[in-house]
Write a protein of this length. Structure first.
Length: 293
């Protein structure tokens, strides 16, 4: 004889479901239509696109399709939203809130599958946007890392002709970071994480650098945590084109991000505590060194 017992409901699972419902409820309903650029009539289609949409509107539409204004000639089919939001927040594929990150001051996430980044402060989505990550033969390294140093204008180690505005290194040994550069609508970089100019500048100012020991040879405290995750469907349909049929097709669930973050959460909080202590000590030292009024 088998006696079935009703197990108590898992509070964390229920909380996660409630959180997901809340996030979905907060998101505005967006519908997408296709703007097609036929090969034989691309010039006339581009002329129609330029006439129908202002430069600012084009910027938003192209960003959703992982393109910049310079590379709009690469467009074949664009997913066009029925409402234009220059902040892009209305179209976010990332949850607005992540309870798992409530104690994490700042974190940067980069999704390979949908070629997008997200910034969270204490679990609240601050900003998201498009990126072009490492090409198939030069993929960006996945996993947890930390922001290191930054330079307002760097020169690429691959070619001295490539200027990299608002460069922020995340793999010092590998020379990988994010910066402004062309967004051609697919992963095309030499392992770095390309961004639109405005986004590169925002991340440059928002993200915290490492703190080095005296002499600069060793790291005293890490900068903002960064997680690169997932796999791109090389040769497949570009994910953002699926928005035309399903506006939620690119959405990343709370559960997926919880599962991604949980294994690294202890490490992130441990490094954050160390960083807070170092910054607190530096602040105290600077205060002591100030001459009395």
């Amino acid at each position: 004889m088998v006696i079935e017992k009703t197990l108590p409901q898992n509070n964390s699972a229920r909380s996660e479901k409630d959180s997901l419902k809340k996030v979905e409820a907060e998101k505005p309903a967006i519908k997408y239509t296709a703007f097609i650029f036929p090969k034989k009539k691309k010039d006339s289609a581009m002329a129609a696109f330029n006439k129908q949409f202002s430069k600012d509107e084009q910027y938003t539409i192209l960003a959703l399709n992982r393109l910049d204004l310079k590379n709009k000639w690469r467009a074949d089919t664009l997913a066009v939203p029925d409402k234009i939001d220059s902040t892009l927040m209305a179209y976010s594929p990332f949850p607005n809130n992540l309870e798992i990150l409530k104690d994490v001051h700042k974190i940067v996430l980069f999704s390979y599958p949908i070629q997008a980044y997200a910034l969270y402060a204490n679990g609240n989505l601050v900003k998201w946007g498009p990126t072009s990550m490492g090409a198939k033969k030069a993929q960006t390294e996945r996993g947890l890392t930390f922001a290191n140093w930054k330079k307002e204008l760097s020169i690429s180690s691959v070619s001295s002709e490539w200027k990299l505005p608002y460069n922020f290194n995340i793999h010092n040994r590998l020379g990988i970071g994010w910066h402004q550069y062309d967004l051609p609508g697919y992963p095309a970089s030499h392992s770095c994480l390309r961004l639109l100019m405005n986004d590169a500048k925002f991340l440059y100012n928002w993200t915290d650098q490492w703190t080095l020991n005296k002499g600069g040879a060793t790291v005293k405290a890490n900068g903002t945590p960064v997680i690169v995750f997932g796999d791109y469907k090389w040769g497949g349909k570009k994910p953002w084109k699926n928005l035309i049929q399903d506006a939620k097709s690119n959405d990343i669930s709370v559960k997926e991000l919880n599962d991604l973050i949980q294994p690294d959460l202890a490490k992130i909080l441990q490094e954050q505590k160390k960083t807070d202590e170092v910054h607190s000590q530096l602040t105290a030292n600077n205060t002591e060194q100030k001459p009395a009024a």
